[in-house]
Design a protein around this ligand. Structure first.
Ligand code: NAP
Length: 276
């Protein structure tokens, strides 16, 4: 079994460690790095996984999962860049950073796989999209898909679709939280206690999501199934249409996409000028 090191065990990195352990990876085959000693000790106590420093992780592990915030990437690459050779696999979870940026910093031929996960990884229900860089082959991609499959679902996409993924499933949980929040407010307006409104809405969201994932039908068919002639639901749906909610959601995802493209261009400019 490969040794996997998670560089930056914050929210996403910790969730991945936990998912890998649940999926049967042995703690002996896992490593992580963290800046604060206290956090490192807590994680070792919780998971039985060894903490180390980034250079040691880069030397000892076969797979390096980069899970620091994009703004923290430069000092990390300075520390490990020269130690990463083509026999390693680098997996980057950093939003917006292209595989080419990593490839430039490691020995020529080093395989890099880019992943866009989302926060439901915290509960083992992530949606992750993976893209191989120039030197990543089928077995590298399969290894990464297997790892991420331990914390949710995975799709494979060309790297030029990563901005669209960021806008849809990366930011997506925030839109669902926003809708749930608004519906809970509506319940309160109708006189329900907050806790009851929250339970009604959250369970309706979980049930609907389960139907969407496990049912055979299209969302339109499912919505039609609860929209009876002259009933209550169609009165509500008419208001959603009147207020342009469908168009607003499409615009929201499009705006998130534009921002992702803009941030990507900024990262590329910064890293190009750092490397120059
Ligand atoms: N959260 C999301 O929804 C989401 C979705 C998609 C992609 N991502 C990507 O996932 C990555 C991690 O995000 P996150 O939300 O888990 O961030 P986070 O909670 O801030 O975790 C990053 C961790 O890395 C540590 N770190 C930073 N520099 C380090 C270094 N040189 N050596 C060792 N550890 C270092 C940080 O320590 P400190 O506490 O000292 O800063 C922190 O614990 C990001 O690149 C983000 O773009 C996140």
């Amino acid at each position: 079994m490969s040794t996997i090191a998670v560089l930056g065990a914050g929210k996403i990195g910790e969730s991945l460690l936990s998912g890998l352990l649940n999926a049967g990876y042995s703690p002996e085959n896992l490593l992580f790095t963290e800046r604060y000693q206290q956090r490192a000790e807590e994680l070792t106590k919780r998971y039985g996984v060894r903490a180390t420093d980034p250079p040691t992780a880069a030397r000892q592990a076969d797979v390096l999962v980069v899970s620091v915030k994009p703004q923290d990437i430069e000092p990390l690459l300075d520390e490990v860049g020269e130690l990463v050779t083509p026999d390693k696999l680098v997996v980057t979870l950093c939003a917006g950073l292209p595989t080419s940026m990593f490839e430039r910093r490691f020995a020529s031929g080093t395989p890099v796989v880019r992943v866009m996960p989302n926060t439901p990884m915290l509960v083992g229900e992530a949606m992750s999209a993976v893209s191989g860089g120039t030197h990543a082959n089928e077995s590298h991609l399969e290894l990464v898909e297997g790892m991420l499959g331990s914390v949710g679902r995975v799709v494979r996409i060309p790297e030029d679709q990563q901005d669209a993924v960021t806008a849809l499933s990366g930011s997506g949980p925030a839109y669902f939280f926003y809708l749930v929040e608004a519906m809970i407010d509506a319940g309160i307006l109708l006189g329900l206690p907050r806790s009851v409104a929250a339970e009604l809405v959250v369970q309706s969201a979980v049930g609907s999501a389960t139907m969407l994932r496990e049912g055979e039908g299209h969302p339109v068919i499912m919505r039609e199934g609860v929209t009876s002639p002259a009933g209550t639901t169609i009165s509500g749906v008419r208001e959603l249409e009147k207020h342009g909610v469908r168009a607003a959601l499409i615009d929201a995802v499009e705006a998130a996409h534009s921002r992702s493209v803009e941030l990507g261009a900024k990262h590329r400019q910064e890293t190009d000028s750092d490397g120059a």
